[in-house]
Design a protein around this ligand. Sequence first.
Ligand SMILES: NC(=O)c1ccc[n+]([C@@H]2O[C@H](COP(=O)([O-])OP(=O)(O)OC[C@H]3O[C@@H](n4cnc5c(N)ncnc54)[C@H](O)[C@@H]3O)[C@@H](O)[C@H]2O)c1
Length: 437
Amino acid sequence: MKISVIGCGYLGAVHAASMAELGHEVIGIDVDPARIESLQQGIAPFHEPGFDALLKKNASRLTFTTDMSVAAHANVHFVAVGTPQAADGSADMTYVNSAIEGLVPYLSESDLVVGKSTVPVGTAERLSAHVTPTGAVLMWNPEFLREGFAVEDTLSPDRLVYGVPEGADGDTATAVLDEVYAAILAKDTPRLVMNFATAELVKVAANSFLATKISFINAMAEIADVTGANVTQLADAIGYDTRIGRRFLNAGIGFGGGCLPKDIRGFVARAEELGVGDALSFLKDVDDINMRRRTRVVDVLTEELGSLDGKTIAVWGISFKPDSDDIRDSPALDIAESLACSGATVVSADPEGWKPAQARVERAGLSASLTTTDNHRAAVTGADALVVATEWKVFQEEDATAIGALMAQKLVVDGRNCLDANSWKEAGFRYRGMGRT
Ligand SMILES: NC(=O)c1ccc[n+]([C@@H]2O[C@H](COP(=O)([O-])OP(=O)(O)OC[C@H]3O[C@@H](n4cnc5c(N)ncnc54)[C@H](O)[C@@H]3O)[C@@H](O)[C@H]2O)c1
């Protein structure tokens, strides 16, 4: 099949390469010329395990361009542009609106437009009015991939959700998307067909649930900190209950990235618009608990070191999660910036996130007090404290004794509760976890 993918970011570029892997001819379209140039050369513009190899393997079936008119050669068009947070907390729909507006002149009768971006409920219904006059059909197919596992999640998703219009158009849309995803469906992947509103809500509901689970255990960490309880043991114990489950119950510095924080805020804003804001008022608490985690690290360091002015602090981690270079709303980077603003000299290390972070640090005017590197051992040299802020495997596997020998003071704040506390204590470190000592 001939497919276009509009928006070639973390979601769209991986989707384009994955569709080529399924055997389709794919055109990736983006407004960012540098991104397109890189993709066209077979070079991933961001770090995502397995993506480089997928791009190269499928180069013969993949084209990238900034020219929207090329979409006229395709029959199925995925829309995967960004929906960032607007100043009022709602989802900024500028990019989705302009992508649809740009695509409409090149649509033909019997084309299928498939929305993948995460959007406020009601968007598909609204955009349908622009698409249907061309004879094309719109559907919404929300994406659940996790950065760090994006290739695997796209090619072997837990489930496929189709939001379709009512009647014959819905049947047509379902049949065409089934053809696109034939190889995935052949692996018995559950496929759920529903109306637009339900499909849009599935995505934000899933992210809200995950965010709530993380903030729940972080709220328990706050209680554990004042009672001497150990939140990791608490999570283990409640996690054995299959109704609760152990996943997403790791206390720490909280969630970040380009999805969870903005999706829960956008969901709250949309519910308020719809007059049902009370139904989601708990998500404001979820957000508040999450943001408090970031200040908690600064508080712990201040408890241990007194004033942070003039102190040297190493932060391991910049990306919002391991195996990614995505620094959008990253708790690790946020903490490093707060420490720098408190007068500390900060060296942040991350295998991938250090590159995109450099530009942001310069823009924030913090380059005199916050530097970034990919060398985490160099970062701790002469430091008064180490903060572990992103749980990259390379950090978890470090030798505490060797690290201690490089530092001015042996203090570690384990922001992800990901270190073996005993081995760090045995190496002479003062160890501070999140909701555990
Ligand atoms: N990143 C994830 O893990 C993930 C997972 C599930 C869903 N989503 C959702 O997918 C959407 C995209 O997220 P992302 O992380 O890939 O964002 P991103 O910022 O990495 O990529 C968005 C891309 O869209 C391009 N773009 C903007 N306007 C355009 C236009 N008019 N025409 C063509 N291209 C345009 C941008 O240049 C950019 O390359 C969002 O709605 C997000 O919430 C993301």
